[in-house]
Design a protein around this ligand. Structure first.
Ligand code: GDP
Ligand code: MG
Length: 735
């Protein structure tokens, strides 16, 4: 028989690390909440036993307040795992046991994995495992999830516990005289009527009624409205009583008593500190500097700048090498394939399109590696902590910071998980404001666009410009948030308390997994979605093709050139004035000019060319020509497409693919482009409509109205900014 084990625990307790160790999977290990919202599954085999392991989202509690908590709770009661492994951060025992209490009350067969004993030891905390196990009456296995220590003992204990498990029975924790009496009354009624007893143990239901748990109350109403009404009555009268005598609702009494229960256990010699309690731990000492009100932000900016500097410098050579590799590949294809549509599709559509994006893989890799170091060391949590102060000024919430960073706050994230991560925000207005502004960040898809244009037009100061464009993204996002929060999304701020996880040495393995995971996503997207769109856009830029009349015209021009050439040559030969080779050069030059003119005419006449051309009447105010317009339209499908479309468009106009310049070089040589246009284009690209997938995601998380709002508002704003930049820039002749 298959055994079902669920991993549950507080955020950052190490669930995903343990899950990856056990199953060999590579789920994302993160230092912040909101990442594992859905559960993940994996399979292992121990001896004869097949085991399914589920990684549940991290929660501090099991109330119905947030999506994570509901997902975790619903999984437990609906899927009924054979045993739950509760992962407890031993360096934070007291807080972690709060959730443990709730598992005990739910009555699930439980094994405690006492994780991070290495960290606890470093901090001089010693935990008496046997004592804890005896007092809680639950097996406790010390482990180090990161190294795999204790893992086999843990699985063994879990299998044993599962095999001995009976029906789920609530652990009885006392909640004081008043509530205990009420609980007894409720439990009696619930038991007599078998009220939802298939799903929850009676005492658990009773506690949830006292806690005023929306989900359970709703289910109760559906199940047996009469009985539910009478239970609610009982609860209302005791709530009345606690309000009068203690000035709090029963749920507060319950929380207090749970903490009391935990304290009493810990005080019975479970936890001892080897060091003075007021000793500053290394982490705290580091935070004195790194999150200092004055120095902290400066260090943060320096780190960011350093990251860009390293990324651009280290990746310069490999990027150039990859670029010339794709140039070489194009040359080979050009020589081997016969002229025609297939060749044009492969060279212009695939190699010059997708190749342009793949060329930036080294840069992406270095960037992701840097971010992984910041994340795994715990620094990113400090960034969130410091940004919280700033965010509050702009009407956002401390929990908004992580969605921003996930979306590419440092560069190279993605707005889709960013939008999903806003689920951790409980206030709908703060959540909407976050949701609508996270797409302004520089996601991984905008990165090749930034790298391309900055590389081509601001080569001397790449890191600086990358840094400035990142700052700009934040400024615009925050100002927009402020605008939204003082108009359509007006409302009071909600409180936020952030806990800083201790600093940790990142492991090489973790860093490599992180870097590879994200780089692979980038490559995969380029090779699938972007490839498809690239070919589609190639087709739009190729068809319908010139009509016969025009083609004939170009043929005639060619013919003429050849005829005049041959008559000239005959003369030259007669006079023996010039070497023949020189003349031949002029002919091929002439022919290539005519060919280029034909290619450009075809491109302009194509469906995409006509659309891009029609848009010029508006976009010329921002300095965008028809080629750029095609690319920007394509960018709505995915922002990388801007690079691939420019690659295709500029490749179709030329004949000699083999010896061509890089795309950046071509843009630089094109009279339509200059520094001012580049900045206007970059600003437009950073802020215009989110890509299609993000829009769908925003719609799913809020409504289609908001999704359309974000398309319209962002594009409008981006266009106005681009026009302003272009007009002012050209006026002062900054190009
Ligand atoms: P989750 O939120 O419960 O899924 O926690 P994660 O698995 O994402 O772990 C949070 C952080 O703790 C990561 O940086 C892990 O590398 C680190 N971590 C997990 N287990 C251990 C451990 O046993 N020892 C140490 N030193 N770090 C650990
Ligand atoms: Mg996790």
């Amino acid at each position: 028989m298959q055994l079902k084990i669920a991993l549950a625990g507080n955020p950052n307790a190490g669930k995903t690390t343990l899950f990856n160790q056990l199953t060999g999977a590579r789920q994302h290990v993160g230092n912040y909440p909101g990442i594992t919202v859905d559960q993940k599954e994996g399979c292992i085999i121990r001896g004869e036993q097949k085991i399914t392991i589920t990684d549940l989202p991290g929660t501090y509690s099991m109330t119905a307040y947030s999506v994570e908590e509901l997902v975790a709770r619903d999984y437990l009661v609906n899927e009924r795992p054979d045993v739950v492994i509760d992962i407890v951060d031993s360096s934070n025992l007291e807080r972690n046991l709060y959730l443990t209490c709730q598992f005990l009350e739910l009555g699930v067969p439980l094994v405690i994995a006492l994780n991070m004993i290495d960290v606890a030891k470093d901090r001089g905390i010693e935990i008496k495992v046997d004592q804890l196990s005896r007092l809680l009456n639950v097996p406790v296995i010390p482990i180090i999830a990161r190294s795999g220590f204790g893992q086999d003992d843990l699985i063994e204990a879990a299998i044993l516990t599962a095999s001995q498990a009976g029906p789920w029975i609530s652990r009885e924790i006392s909640y004081g005289k008043d509530l205990d009496t009420t609980l007894d009354t409720l439990v009696t009624e619930i038991t007599e009527n078998s009220f939802m007893t298939d799903t929850y143990p009676p005492r658990y239901t009773a506690i949830k009624y006292l806690e005023n748990d929306e989900q359970i109350l709703e289910k109760g109403q559906e199940n047996n409205a009469d009985l539910a009404g009478s239970l609610e009555q009982t609860v209302a009268s005791v709530a009345d009583h606690t309000l009068k005598t203690l000035d709090v609702y029963p749920e507060a009494v319950i929380a207090d008593q749970r903490y009391g229960y935990i304290k009493s256990i810990i005080r019975q010699g479970v936890e001892t500190h080897r060091f003075d309690t007021d000793r500053l731990y290394t982490s705290d000492k580091m935070d004195k500097v790194l999150t200092n009100r004055l120095i902290g932000p400066i260090i943060m900016l320096l780190i960011l700048f350093g990251l860009y500097h390293l990324t651009f410098n280290l990746s310069e050579l490999p990027v150039a090498q990859l670029e010339s590799f794709f140039g070489w590949l194009g040359g080979i294809v050009d020589k081997t394939l016969p002229d025609g549509l297939i060749k044009s599709m492969i060279t212009s559509g695939v190699i010059d399109g997708v190749g342009g994006i793949l060329g930036f893989v080294p840069l992406i890799m270095f960037m992701f590696f840097g971010i992984a170091v910041l994340e795994d060391s715990g620094y990113l949590a400090r960034v969130a902590f410091m940004m919280d102060r700033v965010f509050r000024i702009f009407g956002l919430h401390g929990s908004s910071v992580m969605p921003f960073i996930v979306s590419g706050g440092i560069a190279g994230g993605c707005a889709v998980p960013g939008v999903m991560a806003t689920r951790t925000l409980r206030s709908p207005k703060e959540r909407m404001a976050t949701l609508l502004t996270v797409p302004f960040m520089n996601c991984g898809a905008k990165l090749p666009v930034l790298a391309l244009l900055i590389g081509a037009f601001f080569h001397e100061n790449k890191a600086l410009y990358m840094f400035l464009f990142t700052m700009l993204a934040w400024v615009v996002a925050l100002l927009t948030a402020k605008l939204l929060r003082s108009t359509v999304l007006r409302g009071d701020p909600t409180p936020f308390i952030m806990e800083l996880p201790p600093y940790r040495y990142p492991t090489i393995r973790g860093l490599l997994i992180h870097t590879w995971e994200r780089t692979y996503q980038y490559i995969k997207k380029a090779g699938t979605v972007i490839l498809g769109i690239s070919i589609l856009l190639w087709a739009l830029m190729t068809f319908p093709g010139l009509d016969n009349e025009k083609v004939k015209n170009f043929d005639q021009q060619r013919q003429q050139a050849i005829t005049s050439f041959s008559s000239e040559v005959m003369e030259e030969i007669n006079l023996k004035a010039k070497p023949l080779s020189e003349e031949a050069g002029t002919l091929s030059e002439k022919l290539s000019t005519i060919n280029n003119a034909e290619a450009e005419a075809t491109l302009r006449y194509s469906i995409a060319g006509r659309i891009g051309g029609a848009m010029e009447s508006v976009t010329r105010f921002a300095g965008f020509d028809w080629r750029t317009n095609i690319a920007l339209l394509g960018g709505f499908a995915a922002k990388e497409v801007i690079v691939s479309t420019l690659g295709t468009a500029y490749s179709m106009g030329e004949v000699d693919v083999g010896e061509s310049d890089s795309l950046g070089q071509k843009l630089k040589n094109d009279s339509h482009w200059n520094r001012v246009v580049a900045v206007a284009a970059l600003v437009f690209i950073m802020f215009y409509a989110p890509c299609f997938i993000t829009v769908v995601c925003i719609a799913k998380e809020s409504s289609w109205n908001w999704a359309f709002f974000s398309i319209g508002f962002n594009t409008f704003f981006a266009f106005l900014s681009a026009v302003a930049i272009y007009q002012i820039g050209m006026f002062f002749q900054l190009a």
